[in-house]
Design a protein around this ligand. Structure first.
Ligand SMILES: Cc1cc2nc3c(=O)[nH]c(=O)nc-3n(C[C@H](O)[C@H](O)[C@H](O)COP(=O)(O)OP(=O)(O)OC[C@H]3O[C@@H](n4cnc5c(N)ncnc54)[C@H](O)[C@@H]3O)c2cc1C
Length: 427
């Protein structure tokens, strides 16, 4: 829809006679946007494009690719468009931007209205089954039996997760037919399930500001942040962010998860703190120390024994993994047990991970190779006149409005340049 609106605007500006058709397989538009952000739609993230790129896209190749489109159609441009359509927005303290009404549909409505005003021909319940190029024109086949002809085609068919919203990878297959490399879609921003989950009583408990570590053979990936225990495994910001890497690691074999409870402390420093406890608080139980232990405090303000954040419910599992008894005091703790406690605190085992189900990713990673698409125009480098945008491309944003922002920005660039197909660019 963003691509259609920008194509129409560009065509009008450049006085190019142009008719624009949007083909949507569902009987309504933008199914995913309607359910985004729990129905509230985290539509963008506060910050200049450079910050958005750095915060929202962790891989250099993605940042490089998205830079031109995020600068060409920024978060502010998007918000201005929404505001002009009567949708006020507000940023939360964490930078996430939502419509003030808390209603995702209001965002969809702005785009529907703009398409309407610009006489974009929207055809619902119309699934594209194939796109071909012959004699300088595109032929677009649909399941309603018709074939459309076009000078330019924009593939904006989304990722592959949440297939019930209409995203079953049709666009990837079409891009593949034009010779595009399609990296196998993996789930991203997904919860993680473990082979043997922790007891249900822990569901809802959080480990705050740990370093989550996923290991498969010699490969290791990690992410700082909070981890939430669930009935089937884990969720929370660090888990959602790392789920893409975990899915990739799975290709190489089994994956195990660990949490570094003290990411701010090197092992030697943490050992010194434990030794200090042993010397100064010999009669105190290790259990009590852990219960009142700041988990990731700023180094300067760390005071052993101060009220902290290792959840009480987790402490028995730490003791168990370290083979330290419930009533062990620092003075009765052998050096061997102290060492094992130390290693568990730095690498608390969270268990073996099941394969992350593709459909449960809020987005899917993988898709059309970025190197085969011009980042300034979103035009295929293999087939002139074919444009690609949004989640079908091989980038993935973090939680926070980055995925919608990238979809809007790449869509905007694709529309603008598709409208100019066959005409000199109007910079
Ligand atoms: C539950 C959930 C919550 C989310 N929340 C957020 C959030 O708050 N903030 C955020 O930034 N991101 C969020 N996302 C991710 C975000 O919604 C997507 O990344 C974004 O919508 C991708 O935009 P897109 O235009 O590329 O694809 P989509 O929005 O998926 O649109 C693709 C469209 O193409 C249609 N289509 C597919 N194949 C065909 C075909 N053959 N013929 C015709 N039509 C076809 C589909 O029906 C669909 O309408 C969320 C995702 C999910 C699943």
């Amino acid at each position: 829809m963003a691509a259609a609106v920008s194509a129409a605007a560009e065509a009008r500006k450049a006085r190019i006679p142009c008719s624009i058709t949007v083909l949507e397989r569902n009987d309504s538009t933008a199914a995913k946007v309607r359910i985004s952000g729990g129905g509230k739609c985290n539509v963008a993230h506060r910050g200049a494009p450079k910050e958005i790129l750095e915060k929202g896209f962790l891989r250099q190749s993605e940042q490089r690719f998205l830079r031109p489109s995020l600068f060409a159609f920024t978060g502010n441009d998007l918000l201005a468009l929404l505001h002009s359509g009567g949708v006020e927005t507000e940023a939360r303290p964490d930078g996430k931007i939502f419509p003030s009404s808390g209603n995702a549909f209001s965002v969809v409505q702005v785009f529907e209205n703009l398409m309407n005003e610009q006489a974009v021909d929207l055809r619902l319940s119309c699934r594209v089954t194939g796109v071909f190029h012959a004699d300088g024109r595109f032929l677009v086949q649909t399941d309603t039996g018709g074939t459309l002809e076009a000078d330019a085609v924009i593939l904006a068919s989304g990722g592959v997760s949440y297939a019930r919203t209409g995203t079953t990878g049709d666009g990837l297959r079409i891009a593949g037919k034009f010779g595009h490399t399609v990296f196998t879609p993996h789930p991203a921003l997904a919860p993680v399930y473990t082979v043997t989950p922790f007891p249900a009583a822990l569901a809802g408990v959080s480990l705050r500001q740990v370093r989550l570590i996923a290991v498969s053979g010699k490969a290791r990936v990690e992410r700082p942040g909070d981890v939430l225990f669930t009935h089937r495994g884990f969720s929370g910001p660090a888990v959602l962010s790392l789920s893409r890497d975990i899915a990739e690691l799975h290709a190489g074999g089994e994956v195990r998860l660990y949490a570094d409870m003290f990411p701010e402390y090197e092992t030697e420093k943490l050992e010194k703190i434990l030794l200090l406890q042993a010397r100064e608080h010999g009669q105190r139980t290790v259990r009590k120390f852990l219960q009142g232990c700041p988990i990731a405090p700023p180094a300067a303000s760390f005071t052993p024994g101060e009220q902290g954040t290792i959840p009480t419910a987790i402490v028995p599992y730490i003791l168990d993994a370290s083979a330290v008894s419930e009533d062990a005091t620092w003075s009765t703790l052998t050096k061997e047990r102290r060492k094992s406690l130390l290693s568990v605190l730095k690498r608390f085992p969270l268990g073996m991970v099941r394969k992350v189900p593709l459909d449960e990713g809020e987005v899917s990673a993988g898709g059309v190779a970025l190197s085969e698409v011009d980042p300034k125009t979103m035009q295929s480098r293999l087939q002139p006149g074919l444009f690609l945008c949004g989640e079908l491309l091989d980038y993935t944003g973090e939680i926070g409005g980055f995925n919608l922002q990238a979809a809007f920005s790449t869509g905007w660039s694709a529309g603008r340049h598709a409208a100019l197909t066959g005409y000199p660019a109007q910079e």
